[in-house]
Design a protein around this ligand. Sequence first.
Ligand SMILES: Nc1ncnc2c1ncn2[C@@H]1O[C@H](COP(=O)(O)OP(=O)(O)OP(=O)(O)O)[C@@H](O)[C@H]1O
Ligand SMILES: [Mg+2]
Length: 285
Amino acid sequence: MTAGKRVLVVGGTNFDVIAQADRLPVEHEKLRGEACSVAPGGAGANTAAGLAREGCSVRLVSAVGDDAAGVMCLEALRGCGVDTSLVRMEAGSRTSTAVVLSTGGGKRMMTFPGADRGPAFETVTGDDVRGSDHVHVVGEPTPALKRIVDLAHEAGCSVSVEWNGRDMSALAVGAALNFMNADEAARLPRAVPFDTATTARRYAALVSGDVIVTMGPEGALWATAGGKVLHEPTRQVDPVDRTGGGDAFDAGVIAGRLNGDPPKVCMRRGLDAALHVLGRIGAHP
Ligand SMILES: Nc1ncnc2c1ncn2[C@@H]1O[C@H](COP(=O)(O)OP(=O)(O)OP(=O)(O)O)[C@@H](O)[C@H]1O
Ligand SMILES: [Mg+2]
């Protein structure tokens, strides 16, 4: 059962400013947008909230600044049922911010780094990790993040890694689940041009874990460490806002895996979680 499974999520929390219009403005144009919202975001926080929505008991390791945005992010996460006791509020820092210009199917993003997550990652103890069934990490492949992954393996927790456009292969060895989108997969150093399935299979063999690639309206592809490739289509929609779709997908797949579901059912859960997020502005309820 997913309910009650304890997941430690390690990753960023952002304050998202999402402005939505049917197209981007041109030079000197004062385009009237359709909607504008501020919402908590960031890959770590989004997946933590998604896992809580799936019924898991979730603890987030992250950092925010001691500004109004940080307070809002913490309140929203707690409101979703996420345990924020390991989210460090850094005195004198701002909360990392992402400005998203969303045109439904497309998005352009600018990010502004704030509070340093390193100290929050460094204070995670073996006991924090041993109290979890699963550890999900997203971020730079730093020694601080690698240490948490090593603690997770030592404690016998399953591990998942969101690659988010980075080559995480050194850190991801032995991680059961590895997430990326098709554009990110194509940019990896050992990518096979125009062949997502072979690229995914190659990285699955390299890290001895499964690699799951999202392909926008085409659904998702799952390459097992043993060399099998499965595809799961999705219901194509016109997204209201794509922010956080990939993070919701990760949460659905992890919840499925913790429930003992086979890969196709896990992907279905991930794709359905993504559809839920794509239909509204901002990644959080
Ligand atoms: N037009 C669409 N119709 C249906 N599903 C979609 C559509 N676009 C994206 N998705 C789904 O949203 C999820 C994430 O999409 P995508 O492959 O674009 O990842 P991403 O760009 O990494 O997302 P994020 O920026 O949130 O990390 C996937 O589950 C994907 O299938
Ligand atoms: Mg992504």
